[in-house]
Design a binder for this molecule. Structure first.
Ligand SMILES: Nc1nc2c(c(=O)[nH]1)N[C@H]1C(S)=C(S)[C@@H](COP(=O)(O)O)O[C@H]1N2
Ligand SMILES: [Mo]
Length: 271
């Protein structure tokens, strides 16, 4: 019996899809080559249609192309549902960073640096500043790496809209632009006000059109357990990356520290 709500997952509890992906990563092309008969292999090698097969490899090397294709298009959207399909009583899981009271003077702190890399004054935003952006609703199947999932109804603002409005995440200090993805930092870091929980997110996923700074659940302000006043919703990642109660956001080219990655989980945990 589990006595806490912590996602202390043995490898054996990871969903099939994660294990499969890990296995593929580990064996990769060696495994593929060993099952594909040599004749077929050389046919693939010589095929003019090869581009499609090689793409995954090339893609990994070409992060910027990826950012452009997901951020600036509506491809790769997770499935959404009618509001009626959403759970009336959403599950709660994980209280790291939530055991201390929410500071009375809470502000959303956004760290910025100049193009010289020198830190500048952080931006300190209120919930009104966040809510000033276009409101988005998202009803989708929230997935925890522990094996449960639930259709939930969230509202908030697109993280990409937020970055655009407050000119965040770029080396130049300008708003992100599809014509200049090199200007974007590679990662976004987020942590709770007490630094008890923290995640690192690759920029491509952060800029996905369904990635939200969420402030309502089932049309009501998010309560403390679910991450008041504002939490990250990143439908292309497992629950662990969906940090509740955001205190500070920062951008960097090196991977920000990540609570569960430090405890042995895959850093990206994508779906
Ligand atoms: N601050 C904080 N955020 C967190 C966690 C946590 O322990 N602390 N747990 C994560 C995990 S494992 C899951 S599944 C989701 C659960 O979100 P919920 O409680 O709103 O269902 O929150 C994520 N965000
Ligand atoms: Mo989770």
């Amino acid at each position: 019996m589990k006595t806490t709500n912590e996602p202390d997952l043995p490898e054996s509890d990871l969903p099939e899809s994660v294990i499969r992906r890990r296995t593929l990563k580990a064996f990769g092309w060696f495994a593929l080559a060993s099952v594909v008969p040599v004749g077929v292999y050389s046919w693939i090698q010589n095929s003019p249609n090869l581009a499609g097969i090689r793409k995954p490899l090339r893609k990994m090397l070409d992060v910027n192309e990826d950012i452009a294709s997901t951020y600036f298009s509506n491809n790769h959207l997770v499935r959404t549902y009618p509001v009626e399909a959403a759970a009336r009583v959403p599950r709660v899981n994980g209280f790291d960073g939530l055991r201390t009271p929410l500071p009375d003077d809470w502000k959303l702190q956004i760290d910025r640096q100049g193009s010289d890399g020198e830190p500048q004054e952080p931006l300190l935003l209120t919930m009104d500043d966040v809510k000033a952006l276009p409101r988005q609703e998202l009803v989708y199947d929230f997935k925890c790496v522990e094996g449960w999932s639930q259709i939930q109804h969230w509202s908030g603002v697109r993280f990409s809209d937020f970055m655009e409005r407050y000119q965040l995440g770029t080396r130049s200090g300008k708003a992100p632009s599809p014509d200049n993805t090199d200007d974007l930092y590679k990662f976004v870091g987020m942590e709770t006000p007490d630094k008890g929980y923290y995640v690192g997110i690759d920029m491509e996923s952060a800029m996905h059109p369904q990635t939200l700074l969420a402030y309502e659940l089932n049309g009501e302000p998010i309560n403390n357990q679910h991450g008041a006043p504002v939490r990250l919703l990143i439908p292309h990642k497992y629950g662990v990356k969906n940090l509740k109660r955001i205190g500070r956001i920062f951008f960097s080219d090196t991977r920000p520290r990540d609570f569960w990655a430090e405890r042995g989980y895959d850093y990206y945990l994508g779906l």
